[in-house]
Design a protein. Sequence first.
Length: 277
Amino acid sequence: MKGTRFKPILRDCLGQLNREIRIALTPIPKEKTWVFLVGCYNSGTTLLAELLGQHPSISALSTEGHFITDQFIKDYDIGLPRMWVEREDLFRLNEDDEGPDALRVKKEWAMRLDLKKPVLLEKSPPNSAKMRWLQKHFENAHFIGIMRNGYAVSEGITRKADPKHLINSWPIEMSAYQWKRSNEVMQQDAEHLKKFMWITYEDLAGDTVETLNKITDFIGIDDFETFESDRQWSIHERDEQVRNMNDESISRLSPEQIKIINEVAGDMLDEFGYTRL
């Protein structure tokens, strides 16, 4: 009985020991270009990471980087899935902040990257609030911010956030504020970055190859020689070709929800050229 009870504890201890050994043996990536995809949740960061990961010079993490390091607070762990702005104080870092061990983060990520490739890519929406810190600690850091229609993003956050934290998920006003505030933070912090560019989800869906090649030019690598435009991509349990899914998302919004989004984030919609509904 006692032995059975202690087996899970022993298994966890051995698993942690094995992980620490792997981290210790993993080299720190050097002479690399780091690329960070940032943006609000549901803005297309996963799709963009999948697409860029097809480039022969890029090694992309297969999952969000903040989930595979013990140095960053995770939104799900503190009951805020897809809603980091509710505790911005816990997520936002600049170059003067201390706390996370940058070398350990690099090693944790490097365990899942192909270090033979010159460009290493990570994407995590909460890292939109850490860009200045990342620039200080990661060599030749490039940041790509992706913007998407605020109506579609707000609907997606409310629909996809884990409902176990709230019976009916996030109310639309919180989702709209998450979209607005995360973009404000990126705007503010981008002024302190050496290499930052904006793209839009709409451009990525509308002319995928052209948008990807603008990014490769920005990074300083060769353009995509070939791209499978008719390929099915597995994004959030859906296998589909690249296409603009805004209309589907917006059609799920009620008139009252649209009114609330306008009230909360109308100025950001205007600033980025999205027509108010």
